[in-house]
Design a protein around this ligand. Structure first.
Ligand code: ZN
Length: 109
């Protein structure tokens, strides 16, 4: 199955701000961090934007690095291949204390 993504060349202002933030940051930032810094009302907006950003920066020699989400209780690391995901429960110990994934943008060398 093929999914049709809109390949707009223009990033929205909000996406640009998120990309800039992740580029300048020294540490991976969670969607929550991004929400509070840029005053975005919902984390799901950030997850969606990050998905778009990951695709659009590929052509500019940059890449989105992801620190995977992990369980705050047992340390289980979620190995999700999805760029922007937010697990809600640990599959190992069923804890809902999930440390959110972090994102950072670096140039490919
Ligand atoms: Zn766990």
């Amino acid at each position: 199955m093929t999914e049709a993504f809109t390949t707009g060349k223009e990033m929205t202002t909000r996406r640009k701000s998120i990309a800039e933030l992740l580029e300048k940051s020294e540490h991976p930032m969670t969607a929550q961090d991004i929400c509070s810094i840029l005053e975005i009302e919902s984390r799901s907006i950030v997850y969606e934007d990050i998905g778009h950003i990951a695709k659009s920066i590929k052509n500019s020699g940059k890449q989105l690095l992801i620190r995977p989400a992990s369980c705050g209780k047992c340390g289980y690391v979620f190995s999700s291949r999805k760029v922007a995901s937010r697990p809600s429960k640990c599959p190992k110990c069923r804890s809902q204390w999930i440390l959110l994934p972090g994102y950072i943008i670096r140039s490919k060398r």
